[in-house]
Write a protein that binds this ligand. Structure first.
Ligand code: ADP
Length: 229
């Protein structure tokens, strides 16, 4: 569960109020699009959810952690409960697709047996089994993002945060990326996706949270154009 209670973020530099008295709640298992113009506060919101920033006022709860009170030493444990997907993929260039996914499991001390089962499972989920031995530079942008999705999901986090995941890939492949995130969501993982792409949001529909100048401007469900297809 993600909950923001009366959250303010004020940046001293520039004297900007990036978020003003924001209240929102995202329950476990939801899929939410976060939209808003540049400067609306989307990145600031994500930084709160990953505990890169603490709010100037109010409280933030994510996956059972009270982030306003989280001690520095507990941050790594908290971060392991979140899978992150970025616009620029952030794969490790000198590791194969398989190794990129296995790496996150190794650093969290998963057993070899678990890794041998889990990595092929998640690569199959994103339909990249045949690319397991390839390096990121040998893949298209869409394929690299599918590896990043497999990596984010590998440790079975309760929450996946995708920050403009379709920003660097061909528009026609963007739909496939969202479909994969929807598949992962169906497995029970909460997905929060920030996007600029109105066409995608209209196509898929669902819960949309729109930020405008640091406020929640719209938070409701819309029907998608893909319904009935
Ligand atoms: P978005 O991701 O929707 O484009 P941001 O959260 O990046 O919005 O920014 C919200 C507001 O906060 C903007 O006015 C931006 O200029 C300001 N801002 C963001 N980061 C900082 C920072 N580190 N220091 C000062 N101002 C910032």
């Amino acid at each position: 569960m993600v909950e923001l209670k009366n959250v303010d973020v004020h940046y001293k530099e520039g004297g900007v109020d990036a978020l003003n008295d924001v209240n929102l709640r995202i329950n476990d298992g939801e899929f939410v699009f976060i939209v808003g113009n540049s400067g609306a506060g989307k990145s600031t919101l994500l930084k709160l959810l990953t505990r890169e920033r603490v709010p100037t006022g109010g409280r933030v709860f994510v996956n059972g952690f009270n982030l306003s009170k989280l001690r520095e030493g507990k941050i790594p444990k908290f971060r392991r409960s979140i899978g992150m997907i970025f616009q620029d993929f952030r794969l490790i260039p000198n590791l194969t697709v398989y190794e990129n996914v296995a790496f996150v499991l190794r650093v969290t001390d998963r057993s070899r047996r678990f890794i041998r089962q889990r990595v092929p499972y998640v690569l199959n989920l994103v339909r990249l089994t045949d690319k397991a031995r390839a390096y990121p530079s040998q893949l298209s942008g869409g394929e690299q993002q599918r590896v990043a999705i497999a990596r984010a999901f590998a440790s079975d986090p309760g929450l996946i945060i995708a920050d403009e995941p379709t920003g660097n890939i061909d528009p026609e492949l963007s739909y496939e990326i969202v479909e994969l995130l929807k598949d992962i969501n169906k497995c029970g993982t909460t997905v929060i996706m920030v996007t600029h792409e109105h066409d995608l949001v209209k196509y898929f529909g669902g819960r949309i949270i729109s930020l405008k100048k640091g406020n929640v401007d719209f938070d409701d469900y819309i029907g998608g154009n893909n319904e009935g297809q």
